[in-house]
Design a binder for this molecule. Structure first.
Ligand SMILES: O=C(O)COP(=O)(O)O
Ligand SMILES: [Mg+2]
Length: 221
């Protein structure tokens, strides 16, 4: 067991870039939405740096890049609706679980930790993606970016999770790949652990000073 788990009863995982490499499917949907507007594709490498603040921000960044300026509200709404439609049709066929994830989730669940998931991704996509890997029953509670009025880096979703299980935030650990996870965790009073392999706008997540950093989630167990 990793020492960061001492006195921890509940672990909250981020999804994109932490449990799954979802950018290949996200990029296909972003590019389809851009194409519908006659705009050139963004491609995976750029989309990787735009993920992290939910699907509306993702499309806003894609349009700003393709059209050379912040999009108007109507254009953004149309592109976002297109993105959601395309992504909803196929949210997972190119998405892969990172090494060590299954071992970590199985080990923690078997060890009695409460497992929860807080992503900025829309809630509707969580279950289809988890189900593809047979992980849909591992989490006692999942929240999406649209589940509450606030999303990470706001601490509200994490405080909601701790309260649902009657736990003090100090008994909870946030595990994520981005500065938004570390910031939300710290602001909520959770302990924080980060992985360096995900999406953090092209910057090292280490710069956000998480309490611990692991190369693979298998190191948790
Ligand atoms: O959808 C996003 O922007 C990021 O999702 P995540 O919070 O699971 O990393
Ligand atoms: Mg993430």
């Amino acid at each position: 067991m990793h020492p960061i788990l001492t006195d921890i009863r509940l672990v909250t995982f981020d999804l994109d870039g932490t449990l799954v490499d979802s950018v290949p499917d996200l990029a296909v949907a972003v590019d389809a939405a851009l194409d519908a507007l006659g705009l050139p594709p963004a491609g995976e490498a750029r989309v990787r740096d735009w993920v992290g603040n939910g699907s509306l921000k993702l499309m806003e960044r894609a349009l700003a890049h393709a059209a050379g300026g912040l999009p108007g509200e109507a254009l953004l709404a149309r592109a976002h609706a297109d993105f959601l439609e395309h992504y909803g049709r196929d949210p997972g066929s190119r998405t892969r679980l990172y090494p060590g994830v299954r071992e970590a989730l199985d080990g923690l669940r078997g060890g009695g930790w409460v497992l929860t998931l807080v992503t900025n991704k829309p809630f509707a996509f969580i279950r289809p993606i988890l189900a593809q890997f047979g992980l849909e029953d591992h989490f006692a509670l999942c929240l999406g970016g649209d589940s509450l009025p606030q999303k990470k880096p706001d601490p509200a979703p994490l405080l909601h999770v701790a309260a649902q299980f009657g736990l003090s935030p100090s008994a909870c650990l946030m595990v994520g790949d981005s500065r938004h996870d570390v910031a939300a965790g710290r602001a909520a009073g959770f302990r924080t652990l980060a992985v360096p392999y995900g999406y953090n706008h092209g910057e090292p997540v280490r710069d956000s000073r998480p309490d611990a950093l692991v190369d693979s989630l298998a190191e948790l167990v």
